[in-house]
Design a protein around this ligand. Structure first.
Ligand code: F6R
Length: 616
């Protein structure tokens, strides 16, 4: 995890770095730090425990001059979150400073070897070992910084995105990556360069970016084109890409939190996701991935969906959608399990990877494995140009814009939107869905954004209900069919941001065990909309009520039956059952948001979490 940012140019680096760190804070916020180098070759490091704001406060009044700098926001892996373990780390001589996102797996053995050579270590981190190794390599082989980094990295096992500055190279910033993301921003005439873990810190300054690939090292010097080589010392040319997203999309836009903004963004973002893909006059879907790879996709013998967390929940719904419309068997797996269990994969398999960030380490590893074994890889990703987007042979971006709140909201509905379009279009091509049903569902899908707006009209009511349940210690979420994965997602949202224990179950499973937990203290959130299992879910509500559980029901508007059973009702508009998750998840997102707010929690940056899980 962690976020890194770097700058070399003619401006003062500190404000640029600080601003960049704030944009990357979703990647971790255990500590933050910055290293600055000025033309008098003075190298200074400032660090603070906790969020970037602490670094800002702590470093004020110090010498912050320098037009070259690197900075880091940390999500602790090796060593507790404290100043000593915060990045940047110095080499022994304090000549070189490094920031690092990733994990050096063989750091213990390198550390032992360096200790034998007389090196001492201040921190408990794997990163300090890397900077010492670079200094050692530079001295032992009498190398310049670039070849020393290149050589040192050949000894390293693990993942890294690093940025390095060196007092003895005052016009140079070096960066490298393997399995952790790294984007390079290039200004006109090579006057300035920016590096960062994603494009959000760069876009204010330049739209021209280069995505550095695995095992590549880049040397940046003002006025020169970037020098990029791989670990085998081969020179690499990359095309410059233009990033298109708008700066307003990553600001709060008047909302108190990114999470709330992103919940409210969903109607617009879903329209963005469908734009150019759905012809509203003909009620037809055109996905370029499906057009370009039609034979491979319609002839798939099996589809395997991979993802983690919320993206895995979207995958569970993808299975139901694809099996219903396209009649291709689908398996859904946690990427972290798939990658270590020697899965059986054939060349007729299509593997769909779902990932908001496109950088989740487990999903990347699982995909690489599936690709090696001949599966065709399809990505459903939000972050443009991310690692998963590039590993995939084809795919469909969800186009919901940068998601900053750590708890995923608009990415989930964006993933569902793409999965629904994909399943419908695939079913249509395979002739496994009736024409009329296809056109009807496409039309219904285009109306989802308006229907979500209607749910927002009940925000006050949801806020009131949230107050009743704020101090519960546990929650159960129940749903059936298409709403079972929504129950899982609702429970995950609550756990993540309010730290209340919550579990999701298929409603009918409750009587096989979890019902023992029900008493007057237990809130049970039931998604009980009017679909083919409505009557069954009503019976499940009665079973809970009979044991004095406190029901909060998500119902279809106009429902009177459930209204007689509980006063805690949130109504959602009627939609076909296959599209319901796009609607029923919205009140659950708002409920968890308000419960967390009532408890005074930091909803955008909940404890122990990071937005992009780039470590396994
Ligand atoms: C939950 C959440 C996580 C992510 C998971 C996968 O709100 O955000 O569970 O869904 O870490 O991340 P991506 O989708 O980036 O692969």
């Amino acid at each position: 995890m962690c976020g890194i940012v770097g700058y070399i140019g003619k401006k003062e680096a500190f404000p640029i770095l600080l601003d960049g760190l704030k944009k990357l804070e979703y990647r971790g916020y255990d500590s933050a730090g910055v290293a600055l180098l000025n033309d008098q070759q003075s190298l200074r490091v400032y660090k603070a425990k906790g969020k970037v704001i602490n670094l800002e406060e702590k470093s004020s009044g110090n010498d912050l001059s320098g037009t070259i700098g690197i900075a880091h926001t940390r999500w602790a892996t090796h060593g507790e979150p404290c100043e000593k373990n915060a990045h940047p780390h110095y080499s022994s001589s304090e000549e070189i400073a490094i920031v690092h996102n990733g994990i050096i797996e063989n750091y213990q053995s390198i550390k032992k070897d360096l200790q034998k050579e007389g090196y001492n270590f201040i921190s408990e981190t794997d990163t300090e070992v890397l900077v010492q190794l670079i200094e050692y390599t530079k001295a032992k082989y009498h190398l310049e910084l670039f070849p020393a980094v290149q050589k040192a990295l050949t000894c390293v096992i693990g993942a890294y995105a690093i940025a390095i500055i060196d007092k003895s190279h005052p016009n140079t910033l070096i960066a490298a990556r393997k399995s952790s993301p790294l984007v390079l921003g290039v200004s006109d005439n090579h006057e300035e360069f920016y590096i960062a873990s994603d494009a959000s810190p760069l876009i204010e300054y330049t739209r021209n970016v280069i995505y550095i690939e695995d095992e590549e090292i880049v040397e940046l010097s003002i006025g020169k084109a970037p020098r990029i080589e791989n670990l085998q010392k081969e020179s690499i040319e990359h095309q410059v890409n233009e990033v298109s997203f708008d700066i307003g999309m990553i600001e709060k836009g008047g909302f108190p939190h990114f999470m709330l903004k992103e919940i409210y963004d969903q109607p617009d973002r879903l329209n963005d996701c469908m734009r150019g893909r759905i012809n509203k006059e003909l009620n037809e879907i055109k996905l370029s991935a499906l057009i370009d790879h039609k034979d491979r996709l319609i002839n798939a013998e099996r589809i395997i969906i991979l993802g983690c967390g919320t993206s895995w929940h979207a995958g569970l719904l993808g299975k139901q959608l694809i099996e219903s419309f396209a009649r291709i068997p689908v398996e859904v797996e946690y990427s972290s399990e798939f990658r270590y269990r020697n899965p059986i994969i054939s060349e007729k398999d299509v593997v769909i990877a779902i990932s908001q960030s496109g950088e989740t380490a487990d999903t990347i590893a699982a995909l690489k494995l599936a690709k090696e074994r001949g599966a065709f890889i399809f990505g459903i990703v939000n972050a443009i140009g991310s690692s998963i987007a590039r590993i995939a042979e084809t795919g469909t971006y969800i186009h919901v814009g940068p998601e900053i709140g750590v708890a995923s909201t608009k990415a989930f509905t964006g993933q569902l939107n793409v999965l629904t379009m994909f399943a419908l279009a695939l079913g249509y091509e395979r002739g496994s869905i009736e024409k009329e049903k296809y056109h009807h569902l496409v039309n219904e899908l285009t109306q989802i954004p308006e229907k979500i707006e209607k749910i927002f009209a009940q925000e006050e009511k949801i806020q009131e209900i949230s107050k009743i349940f704020t101090y519960a210690r546990n929650f159960i979420y129940l749903g059936r069919g298409f709403n079972y994965p929504v129950a899982l997602e609702g429970a995950l949202k609550l756990k993540e941001i309010s730290y209340i224990h919550a579990e999701g179950y298929p409603a009918a499973e409750m009587k096989h065990g979890p019902i023992a937990l029900i008493d007057e203290e237990m809130p049970v959130v039931v998604i009980s909309t009017k679909d083919n299992v409505y009557e069954k879910v009503v019976s499940n509500i009665q079973e809970v009520s009979a044991r004095k559980g406190r029901i909060l029901a998500i119902v279809t508007e106009g429902d009177t039956e459930i209204k007689n059973m509980t006063e805690n009702i949130i109504e959602v508009p009627h939609v076909p059952s296959e599209l319901e998750p796009l609607i029923t998840v919205i009140p659950l997102q708002l409920l968890s948001y308000y419960i967390a707010i009532n408890k005074g929690k930091d909803v955008d940056q909940p404890r122990n979490l990071a937005k992009s899980v780039t470590v396994e």
